[in-house]
Design a protein around this ligand. Structure first.
Ligand SMILES: C[S@@+](CC[C@H](N)C(=O)[O-])C[C@H]1O[C@@H](n2cnc3c(N)ncnc32)[C@H](O)[C@@H]1O
Length: 267
């Protein structure tokens, strides 16, 4: 079913898509972050860029609360935001009773938080799905304190790398022999690609696309780190199909600082 056959707007489509996946999201490889080497590998860039002092962190698009655990366990004060009530309720159940943690139902493109109140913003796998990146980045700059840190985990989900095309071919062969993995994007992949084709980053998301837009919003001091150590940790103990999945797309970790003064990109 194409999204153009519904009367939902794009953002409603995205929210509905993730809400329907809320109960099985953690079952798909790469989403849940098991304790141990993989947890440590995801946590390392956060540790490196936020330092040891407890900070006020806004986590955007927290989903089922997997990244929330990484940040909270480091001792930070976390506000975890998502616009899907269904995803948020999984996260809330997972983290029930924790202090230093607040969940907010809101649009990450308009978080409605006060000006300059966060030391850091962290998001995993949100930027590719923004419908109005310029507005979102302006808002993120607004809610960050001057000198605050933006840490983005994301990837270019539109184009597999050369090695990734070979890996994807092998995954299709395994699917054919063993049956498709029903929790991986498969069941909804047609809908996923229909949504993707309508997104500003639908043709791909690379740091080179992102940095000029973030600069426009007032971010400076960009650093790109490799996702390699995380992928390596994910491959430990994974079956062949999931090992191959870590090779399909180019992922990146982008870190930037909020400049003191606005550079004119705010919504
Ligand atoms: C791929 S999931 C990632 C979840 C989580 N960040 C993780 O990595 O486990 C995408 C999440 O982004 C949320 N999302 C997408 N667009 C959003 C928006 N504009 N505002 C708030 N949440 C959004 C969805 O509801 C979903 O929970």
């Amino acid at each position: 079913m194409s999204i153009r056959q519904t009367n939902f707007d794009l953002k409603e489509e995205i929210r509905d898509y993730w809400s329907r996946r809320s109960q099985t999201f953690d079952l798909a490889f790469g989403h849940r972050i098991p304790r141990g080497p993989e947890f440590d590998a995801w946590q390392q860039p956060i540790r490196d860029h936020l330092g040891p002092t407890p900070l006020r962190v806004l986590e955007l698009a927290c989903g089922t609360g997997e990244v929330t655990a990484l940040i909270h366990d480091l001792g930070h004060d976390v506000t975890a935001l998502d616009f899907s009530e269904a995803m948020l309720s999984v996260a809330k159940a997972k983290h029930a009773g924790k202090d230093r943690l607040r969940f907010v139902l809101a649009d990450a493109e308009n978080p409605m938080e006060p000006d300059a109140c966060y030391d850091a913003i962290i998001c995993r796998h949100l930027v590719w799905t923004l419908t109005d990146p310029a507005k979102a980045f302006g808002e993120w700059h607004r809610v960050l304190k001057p000198g605050g840190t933006l840490l983005v985990f994301d990837g270019d989900w539109a184009k597999p790398t050369r090695l990734g095309r070979a890996a994807a071919w092998l995954i299709r062969r395994i699917d054919r022999f063993c049956g498709a993995d029903r929790h991986y994007d498969g069941a909804m992949s047609e809908r996923h690609s229909a949504i993707m084709s309508a997104l500003p980053f639908g043709a791909g998301l690379r740091p080179d696309d992102l940095i000029p837009q973030l600069k426009q919003a007032g971010f400076v001091d960009f650093e790109i780190s490799s996702h390699g150590p995380i992928a390596k940790a994910q491959r430990r103990g994974a079956n062949l199909r999931n090992k191959l999945r870590t090779l399909v797309y180019r992922r990146f970790i982008l870190v930037a600082k909020s400049a003191g003064a606005s550079h004119g990109g705010e919504a």
